[in-house]
Design a protein around this ligand. Structure first.
Ligand SMILES: *Cc1c(COP(=O)(O)O)cnc(C)c1O
Length: 379
């Protein structure tokens, strides 16, 4: 008989979500928008420090799409994007007919390498194609080297968009991820640290962007009694039901972050000292929500095991694990795009694995995971 499935990261409801959804039913706010949407936006803004304006949307992908629309990125333009990420960071660049230019990762955070970012900018300026925007990602909750990246973006006057889809609750020197870009996005998809069953948000310190975002996301209706449009619109707003789930989830977010960090620390305490095994440390001042616990296995460094051996051993016991994000410059769909770097992200993809990390994992489930790792890594 097969053991019960252990997931990488599954939805984890608290107690208030159901009450908020019931309230939506009782008041018949089943339509898109409604009081929970306003409430959820307020909760998020407060969590982020209170200075941010927030638009709750139907997905993180839609949020990125609207960010690029509002920066007037258009057909033929180029946008710099971190190569190692989920495809949703790059796809919106294609939606508007622009071209992504990919930048490699650095070893300390696995996010955009500031040196290659500058190389890419200089190369494209020399070619007469100054990039219209930069999309930086905080993978698995680990903040990117924002001080360096912001300073480069400012030096060349290129707007910086922060893809903080995986990094709600992460910060650098107390400054929250999602508050450091011209605009930033979050995702509340089912596998993220909190979920609205599907949803996202656009965040900005600039209220004008958020006002315009809400207008564009509700079909760009001009102020008139009939349907009047002077812009192309989108149907990207979050529903009042989803936002009700989100309000409940915001109440337990700090607990979710603590639990994920605890799981990561547990992995490190058991396997962190083995030769060839590497877990990413937080650089000084960096705080990761540890959305997913990840490791790399370097078979040339004193260990007789590969990532694939461990992944298959998990699979045998019905435990989900997954290689790190396959970089965009290696993806068939983006094969003709420019790439700047030394292929560190290729190696991370080859050797890296995401481990079960959900905040709802039981002690018994974690013990099953540790047992498999012990049998493969410690021999
Ligand atoms: C999940 C994710 C997205 C997309 O968010 P959706 O809400 O699923 O559209 C974008 N970027 C990154 C890095 C993600 O992990």
């Amino acid at each position: 008989m097969k053991s019960k499935k252990i997931w990488l990261s599954s939805p984890h409801m608290g107690v208030a979500e159901q009450q908020f959804v019931n309230e939506a039913f009782e008041t018949n706010w089943i339509a898109p928008l409604g009081p929970h949407v306003d409430g959820f936006e307020k909760d998020l803004s407060t969590f982020l420090g209170g200075d941010e304006h927030v638009a709750a949307l139907s997905s993180g992908t839609g949020a990125l799409h609207l960010a690029l629309v509002m920066l007037n990125v258009g057909p033929g333009d180029e946008v710099i994007c971190q190569s190692m990420t989920f495809s949703a960071s790059a796809n919106p660049i294609k939606y508007i007919g622009a071209t992504p230019v990919f930048v490699d990762s650095e070893a300390d955070t696995w996010n955009m390498d500031p040196n290659y970012l500058e190389d890419a900018i200089l190369h494209r300026i020399a070619a007469g194609k100054k990039p219209k925007a930069i999309i930086v990602v905080h993978l698995y909750g680990m903040p990117a080297k924002m001080k360096e990246i912001i300073s480069i973006a400012e030096r060349y006057e290129i707007p910086l968009i922060e893809d903080a889809a995986e990094a709600l609750g992460s910060h650098i020197d107390g400054k929250m991820c999602g508050t450091m870009g011209v605009m930033s996005i979050f995702s509340f998809n089912g596998n993220k640290i909190i979920t609205t069953s599907g949803g996202g948000a656009l965040v900005s310190p600039n209220k004008q962007y958020i006002t315009k975002c809400k207008f564009l996301a509700t079909q760009a209706r001009d102020d008139a009694p009939h349907y009047q449009h002077s812009h192309v619109g989108y149907n990207y707003r979050m529903s009042n039901i989803s936002a009700g789930i989100g309000r409940g989830q915001m109440q337990v977010l700090p607990e979710r972050v603590s639990k994920r960090r605890e799981i990561f620390d547990h992995y490190v305490s058991l396997f962190g000292d083995l030769p060839g095994i590497h877990f990413l440390k937080e650089p000084e001042g960096f705080f990761s929500n540890r959305w997913l616990s990840t490791l790399t296995i370097d078979p040339s460094n004193g260990i007789n095991v590969t990532r694939e051996i461990l992944r298959h051993a998990f699979l045998e016991d019905n435990i989900e694990s997954r290689p790190l994000w396959k970089p965009m410059h290696m993806q068939p769909v983006f094969k003709n795009c420019l790439f700047f770097g030394n292929h560190l992200s290729d190696k991370l993809f080859e050797n890296g694995l995401c481990l079960p990390s959900g905040s709802n994992l039981t002690d018994d489930e974690l013990e099953r995971v540790f047992k498999i790792m012990n049998s493969i890594l410690v021999s």
